[in-house]
Design a binder for this molecule. Sequence first.
Ligand code: FE2
Length: 424
Amino acid sequence: MMDHHEAHAHAAYRAQPHSTALILTVDAMGDGLSATAWVGQVGQLNRHWAQSGLAAVNTFYSRITEWLGFTALRHEGKVTGLAAYAEPPPELLEHMAERLRFVSPGFNRLSPFLVETKDSPFYRALGEFRREEVAAAAQRTLEDAVTAFVAYWVERTGVADVAVAGGAFANVKLNQRVAALPQVRSLFVTPHMGDGGLALGAALGAAGAPPEARVRLDWGPRYTKSQISRELHIARLTAVSGVDAVEHAASLLARGKTVARFAGGMEFGPRALGNRSILVRPDLPEVNDRLNGQLKRTEFMPFAPICAAENAPRLFVGLEKTPLSARHMTVCCDCTEELRRLAPGVVHVDGTARPQLVDANESPRLHRLLRRFEELTGVPALINTSFNMHEEPIVCSPFDAIRAWRAAKLDALMLDDVIVERDR
Ligand SMILES: [Fe+2]
């Protein structure tokens, strides 16, 4: 038998490289718990502490998400995006701290009998502020509570290599703050930090798999050449002949075209990491706007950059403590002046980005595409956004890919080593 948080903890411990690591989980609720602290040592996990589902951290952010008119347990990322547009007003921070704060060794508790509507005093008070301010204050409140929690557990256990799991750590800005803590030596965010990662944790835990850096996540379905040609044939599409798909895609991207990339195995987790991604040039505002329209994405949400790993030091600040998570797009960081100038489309209003770094040895074709695009344009990044239609899951099969590519009216589609163009 393995409970919910134990499965989260195994996923965190056994997908990162440190034999000794502090494992922290924070989520809504699973098997009656909201937060746990563990130490992993020579392949064993020991639970030091757990807090019940009454911990205020379990619903705080989702309630605010709902109050702002978004869907709870789904659109929390929009609150994080919106938060960058305002400074949190001090009186609002004080008000929110009544609701959520660090209380050693965990979080304050809320009564299970607390039933609230939009008219209850706590939420009525929020109405005095702009939406951006409410989002900013909620974000800061969560960050302050969780960073205090992490700092406390690092100090108490003396273990400074930290791995985290649970829905709270889907919050990439929170992860940036956690990594920046002076007490933290390294931070690993489980690539599927939410409940979709439980199966991974349960399997790795049951197998007693040793902690190991699991860099590549392309464990999902992959398709043969003949399956791909068959789908192209059924869809009456003809691949562009006599071209190298990578070379051709780089030149289309340089001309401001949108390229959907379907390659190899689908990646595990909530992020598209290049194998089921839409790639776009990041320095043309009109291209950004068109893409938002085609995909029906929320205009205040930033696009994320994908870059060759060797370019990272000149583009990003503060990724040193999160080398693995920067491969998985689970942490934010500050951007350098150079990235802001060359690729404004992937830098959020607060000067941060959520990058994915691509290593030449792990993903040679994707890496070559990035480098060829850079040679043609001087721009060291592309926009990487998940290849899916609005509110649909990320595409899996060549059939899904062709359907979504057509529906979104994207310019080109790469299917492994062939490429098709819309107007050919
Ligand atoms: Fe969970």
